[in-house]
Structures are given as structure tokens and as C-alpha cells.
Design a protein around this ligand. Structure first.
Ligand SMILES: [Zn+2]
Ligand SMILES: [Zn+2]
Length: 217
């Protein structure tokens, strides 16, 4: 298996190459479209971790260019297709809502529910885990020792820095979010590949989740 982090804008975009099948994880903002295209020859599927604008912005363009399907959890499908809008809270939320407006989003015309991914990819050994809370249909994708975690955790972005939880303002249901991060901490993997910032070793995920449980006591 090979995992590559592509050059992108808005969020981290990964390419998984496994047994000849190539999957793109997330697509950044619309400003990423041509940049991502220039780094790819072909892809078999686009998988979206969740439908925030900074992850889905180039999906429509890349779907058309490469003639592949987009897969997303059914609970985030209406947001991906532009039929529903997320509600954000607080000042951070206002910034997010403004960002969404500033990018002239082109929503895909169609996508497939993530549970149909195995039918398309056959033996591709990816485990899809529903981790609601950041958005209703957030997912993590576990492939061997790697966990693609979307915005469930944020990798450090500067030195020195630390990985962090998703800000509450961006979460649609914070108590569901806390349940999801505990679920992930119980899984067996070596490192998480987040939507923002650097790769996070599992040990640091466990410390983060542990600190939440101390705060809640
Ligand atoms: Zn997000
Ligand atoms: Zn994000």
C-alpha cells in the first residue's frame, strides 16, 4: 500500500494506492481542483470524510475529470449535494459560514452512499467507521495501520504544537462527537491522518481523548 499526501488547498487530500485501486480522500476547497488534477493520472473513487466545504470543494470537478463516483455517508449526502446547509455557532462558526459563501461552490449532481464502496472496490481492505458529531455523517477510514480521521482530530500545524480536538463551534452534535473520539481511541491503528495539520501518532490520540475524560469529571 502507498499513501501520498497531495498538494491541496483548504484541507489535507490523500491518495491511497492499494492493489491497483486508487482512492482519493477528500478534495479541499474549489481552489484545489486543478492543483489536485495535475498530480493524478487516474482514480477509482473519491471518498469524502464529511461534507464541510473545505473537504468537498473540488469533488464535482474531479468526479467529472476522472469519471469516478463520489462516496459519502448517507447522513452527510444532502450537504454534499447542496440540498442542506450546516449551522455553525459562535465567532468561529461565523467565519466558517462566511468561508462557505466566499467560495463559489459547485456541488456534485450525484454521489453514492459509502456502504456501496465495497461493491465497487471488491477486495479493498478499508474499514469505514461512522463517527458522527463533527457532522452527522462524519466517517473515519481505517486501512491497515492508518486511520483517515477527517476533522475528528486536528494535527499540529506549527512547531512546537500539539494535535487538538475539533472546535465545538464546528460540531453539529458535541456529545456525539465525544462518543466518537472515544470509539476511535479504542481501535487498533498506528497513526491518524487528519484533514488539517500533521499526521498524529495513536499515542497522542489516546492522550487527547484521555484529557477530555479528565475535564468532564
Ligand atoms: Zn469539518
Ligand atoms: Zn476541515
Amino acid at each position: 500500500m502507498e499513501i501520498r499526501r497531495l498538494k491541496s488547498r483548504g484541507c489535507n487530500v490523500y491518495l491511497i494506492d492499494l492493489e491497483g485501486k486508487r482512492i482519493l480522500v477528500d478534495t479541499g476547497t474549489p481552489l484545489s481542483a486543478k492543483l489536485i488534477e495535475s498530480q493524478l493520472r487516474n482514480i477509482d473513487a473519491i471518498v469524502i470524510t464529511h461534507a464541510h466545504f473545505d473537504h468537498i470543494g473540488s469533488a464535482s470537478y474531479l468526479q467529472k475529470k476522472f469519471g469516478c463516483d463520489i462516496f459519502i455517508h448517507k447522513d452527510d449526502m444532502p450537504f454534499l449535494l447542496g440540498e442542506k446547509k450546516f449551522k455553525y455557532s459562535g465567532i468561529l462558526g461565523k467565519i466558517a459560514a462566511m468561508g462557505e459563501m466566499l467560495f463559489r461552490m459547485k456541488y456534485p449532481e450525484e454521489a453514492k452512499p459509502i456502504n456501496e464502496l465495497p461493491e465497487i472496490l471488491g477486495t479493498f481492505p478499508a474499514e469505514i467507521i461512522h463517527t458522527p458529531g463533527h457532522t452527522p455523517g462524519s466517517i473515519c477510514i481505517k486501512v491497515e495501520e492508518s486511520l483517515f480521521c477527517g476533522d475528528l482530530f486536528r494535527g499540529k500545524s506549527r512547531k512546537p504544537g500539539k494535535p487538538a480536538l475539533s472546535p465545538k463551534a464546528f460540531c453539529s452534535d458535541y456529545s456525539a462527537y465525544l462518543d466518537s473520539i472515544r470509539l476511535i481511541s479504542n481501535l487498533d491503528f498506528s497513526y491518524a491522518l487528519p484533514g488539517h495539520g500533521e499526521t498524529i501518532p495513536k499515542k497522542e490520540i489516546d492522550e487527547l481523548v484521555g484529557s477530555v475524560d479528565v475535564d468532564q469529571r
